[in-house]
Ligand binder design. Sequence first.
Ligand code: OAD
Length: 231
Amino acid sequence: VLTGAGVSAESGVPTFRDAQSGLWARFRPEDLATEAAFRAHPQRVWDWYAERREKLQRVQPNAGHVAVAEFQSRHPDRLTLITQNVDGLHQAAGSPGVLALHGNLYEDAWLDPCALARRPADACAVTLAQPGHPPSCAQCGNLLRPAVVWFGEDLPQPALAAAQAAAQGCQVMLVVGTSGEVWPAAGLAGLARRAGAKVVVLNPEATALDGEAHALLRGPSAQLLPRLLDF
Ligand code: OAD
């Protein structure tokens, strides 16, 4: 199962590309979701992610997340869950081993290797956030950033490799709630199809991956997933 923002829509989490309510309809990704944007305006970008974190504290997994997690618990090791979502709702629903291709909104990472470290990446220590700045290292000034994948950045290699292996080895790939606009995640459907899997796209709207699908299920995932995975 490959999921995108649509699987969390019925939890009240905005998608990215919905023409009215999507985040990228209201904000420019190049202002908020690139390393260059963070370096230019670290506080603005940090605050935007902090606000998303705060809003996500108030949302719960929906029946779609729960249906996937329950299927996994009934059929251990039969379903690999790959998500582009950074909202942690699959994990909150109890799904084990989620391959989170775009990182996790709740985790932070250092922007740069520590400028003072002889051994990389383990020497920075967080100071308290000063007004107007994201949290930074007391010794070298390195900034903390959200541990999400920004445009132009590589995906976490172990998760991507595991996702590609799962796509190539599966019998059925269910593609849920993603526009299929963002690569390399979008490429997993074609990879699965070329390796012989049946591809099922579940989405209320047309997507860029419909051409890869053997079956299209038009509808919202919190309604359709519980029916589809009820065995
Ligand atoms: P998009 O916003 O591009 O697409 C959301 C999809 O969800 C659309 O195809 C909608 O039709 C569909 N959708 C809406 N409501 C739904 C519902 N109730 N049930 C099922 N589907 C529904 O989001 P993604 O494809 O996830 O990157 O976007 C991919 C990446 O682009 C994201 O991971 C994010 C973004 O920039 C990062 O955060 C790195």
